[in-house]
Write a protein that binds this ligand. Structure first.
Ligand SMILES: NC(=O)C1=CN([C@@H]2O[C@H](COP(=O)(O)OP(=O)(O)OC[C@H]3O[C@@H](n4cnc5c(N)ncnc54)[C@H](O)[C@@H]3O)[C@@H](O)[C@H]2O)C=CC1
Ligand SMILES: O=C(CO)COP(=O)(O)O
Length: 346
């Protein structure tokens, strides 16, 4: 027993956040505010050193400029140090890099809940984020939790109020994770529809690109709302085909995240979409995003998954064509508007 525990001081749970980009760093702040000692793992030793230069005022200016993290966040580039004695592991690595990292950490992840923060589809396999976690880590399904919702990292790091969804097939595990990350301004809701939450998060990035494209092409609020709503309809269609619950798409991880991402200039996918709509190349749009815009890599994989399931996703089709340089925003809009008349809804 430590001296602190012996004297009755509360013992802070220890948690690991693996990935020190914007979202990993913001979640480290939330977990620390909720009472945890957080080990934030950065792939690059120089980033870990920069974050921890002043241990009383840790900062990650490259990803969260102007934000001082709580002193109970410590950074390391040694994953063994990060994982030592933790009650929770949070994965905050961009999706296209997640499998290689998890494979490298094989056998090192302790038997605790593992939370996946990524939103996307792996291009090589068509797998959604928690499917990659399950396959590459060997962690059983009842310990894998998808966290997703309207959660722009900069707003969370500024302690602006927000809600999110924690989805796990075992609701008790989602409750345990919620206990570790609830703060006065960060409120988790629970779900058992892990795959639905994953699908919603991946597809909203593609829809955010489409809304940005519409905006960049100079169209107004009506057009943007049409793309958002019909984007949600095709996302729901895919979800239903893959076994998700329809209600998930009407919740925080569905319409909630779409509204936040499609409305906010903080969204990297939104910014990339605006650039594409103005005629930028995909490479230029990725630079304009200033950070990971998962929708660009994920869109073709979402479409492949939809086609394999026999699901129509006309907006995603046009995003993919534009990202692959096969069409223009104007041609895409014309095709979408001239499609065969159909019923509203998914
Ligand atoms: N930033 C946000 O507001 C939110 C992001 N997300 C999701 O979280 C995931 C991570 O995004 P962000 O932290 O925002 O990205 P980011 O662009 O801010 O940072 C990505 C981080 O990953 C690191 N990285 C790159 N390759 C890596 C590798 N092979 N192994 C380990 N780390 C590597 C980068 O150095 C950087 O530190 C994405 O899937 C994103 O969609 C979800 C909700 C909110
Ligand atoms: O997922 C997000 C907000 O919920 C962040 O969106 P971007 O990845 O587009 O910045």
């Amino acid at each position: 027993m430590t001296a602190a525990a012996h004297q009755g001081a509360p013992v802070r749970p220890r948690v690991a956040v693996l990935g020190a980009g914007a979202w990993g760093s913001a979640m480290a702040l939330v977990l620390a505010d909720a009472g945890a000692d957080v080990r934030l793992w950065a792939r690059r030793p120089e980033l870990a050193a920069r974050i921890g230069r002043d241990p009383l005022r840790p900062q990650n200016p490259d990803y969260l400029p102007g934000v001082v993290l709580p002193p109970t966040v410590s950074a390391t580039a040694d994953v063994g140090v990060a994982l030592d004695g933790v009650e929770l592991v949070v994965l905050a690595v961009p999706l296209q890099r997640l499998r290689e990292q998890l494979t490298g950490w094989a056998g090192r992840i302790p038997a605790v809940p593992v939370v996946s923060l990524a939103k996307g589809v792996e291009t090589a396999t068509g797998r959604f984020a928690t499917e990659v976690v399950l396959e590459a880590s060997g962690v059983p399904e009842d310990r894998v939790v998808a966290l997703s919702g309207p959660n722009l990292a900069a707003e969370i790091a500024a302690r602006d109020p927000a809600a999110t969804v924690l989805a796990c097939v075992d609701e008790d595990v989602a409750h345990r994770v919620a206990d570790l990350c609830t703060t006065p301004v960060f409120r988790p809701y629970l779900s058992t529809d892990r795959i639905g939450v994953d699908i919603a998060g991946a597809c909203k990035n593609v829809v955010a690109l489409a809304v940005g494209i519409t905006e960049g092409a100079g169209h107004g609020a009506n057009a943007r709302a049409a793309i958002l709503t019909r984007g949600l309809a095709e996302t729901t269609r895919l979800g239903l085909a893959l076994g998700a619950n329809e209600s998930t798409f009407a919740g925080l991880a569905g319409v909630g995240d779409l509204v936040a991402t499609c409305a906010s200039p903080l969204s990297r996918n939104h910014r990339a979409g605006i650039a594409l709509g103005r005629g930028a190349s995909t490479a230029e749009a990725l630079l304009a995003a200033r950070g990971t815009a998962e929708g660009v890599a994920s869109a073709p994989a979402v479409l492949a998954r939809a086609r394999a399931a026999g699901v129509r996703m006309p907006i995603t089709v046009e995003v993919v064509a534009l990202v692959e340089g096969r069409t223009t925003a104007a041609e895409g809009a014309e095709r979408l508007l001239s499609r065969t008349r159909t019923l509203d809804g998914p």
